[in-house]
Design a protein around this ligand. Structure first.
Ligand SMILES: C[S@@+](CC[C@H](N)C(=O)[O-])C[C@H]1O[C@@H](n2cnc3c(N)ncnc32)[C@H](O)[C@@H]1O
Length: 219
């Protein structure tokens, strides 16, 4: 088995990629060490594979070193999310890992309580984002006919951790980035030494460097 921290060329499946390609939007995967395979349900974003994350049958079992899922899993119905996580698990190699980020329903709810439902929470490249956009999908995109952008489920840190654990991932670390209303997770298919998992977190979770000492102290 290769070491999860080895630097030879590896392949990652970039699920729900949208127009994004590897680079600053895929932390840790931007280097030449990583070959990117893009997958999306929407043919207009020109993915390498057109598929839903609920059925990754175009991808063979145990063939990917990593999966990157950014603002994608919330587009599924609640009963579909475990199916997609199971598909991520299936296509990963035994020492492969998942990096996942999605909206954090807990910090969105806190923002709504303090500021109301239709207040701008932050400015994005797509314009102002309100709690309604974060909960139900980017309204302007959906209004323009892109129903692939609709959201149908949500997670708190606890439910995300539980869902990854129920899928069978051996090592899981989850983080709330409340200032950005986001959750982040790093989950390795098979249990690994915590120090190695922390090294992956430091590479792939934006902002983790700021808590490096705490993470390493827990090793
Ligand atoms: C909000 S965009 C995120 C794009 C990119 N990952 C990012 O973070 O900027 C959500 C993407 O998920 C895709 N998507 C929605 N449902 C999907 C599904 N069931 N399977 C695969 N992709 C899906 C959409 O087409 C869209 O490209």
């Amino acid at each position: 088995m290769t070491n999860i921290l080895s630097n030879t060329t590896k392949r990652f499946l970039h699920v729900g990629c949208g127009p994004a390609r590897k680079g600053p939007r895929t932390p840790g995967f931007g280097s030449d060490d990583w070959e990117e395979i893009r997958l999306d349900i929407d043919p207009s974003v020109e993915p390498d594979i057109i598929a839903s994350i609920t059925d990754l049958s175009p991808a063979e079992t145990g063939t990917f070193d990593a999966i990157y899922s950014s603002h994608n899993i919330e587009h599924l119905y609640p009963h579909e999310a475990p199916i997609a996580l199971g598909e991520f698990f299936r296509v990963l190699k035994d020492d492969g890992f998942l990096v996942l980020t999605c909206p954090d329903i807990t910090s969105i709810a806190a923002f709504i309580t303090a500021n109301g439902l239709d207040t701008t929470a932050y400015m994005s490249g797509m314009g102002p984002i309100t709690p309604l956009d974060m909960m139900f999908g980017h309204n302007a995109s959906i209004r323009n006919g892109n129903s692939f952008m609709a959201h149908r489920t949500a997670f708190s840190r606890l439910t995300l951790q539980k869902a990854l654990s129920a899928t069978g991932f051996g090592s899981i670390m989850t983080f709330e980035k409340s200032a950005r209303f986001e959750l982040w997770a790093l989950a390795v298919k098979t249990e690994q030494p915590r120090r190695d998992v922390v090294e992956l977190v430091l590479k792939h979770i934006p902002g983790a460097e700021s808590i490096r000492d705490r993470l390493l102290a827990e090793v």
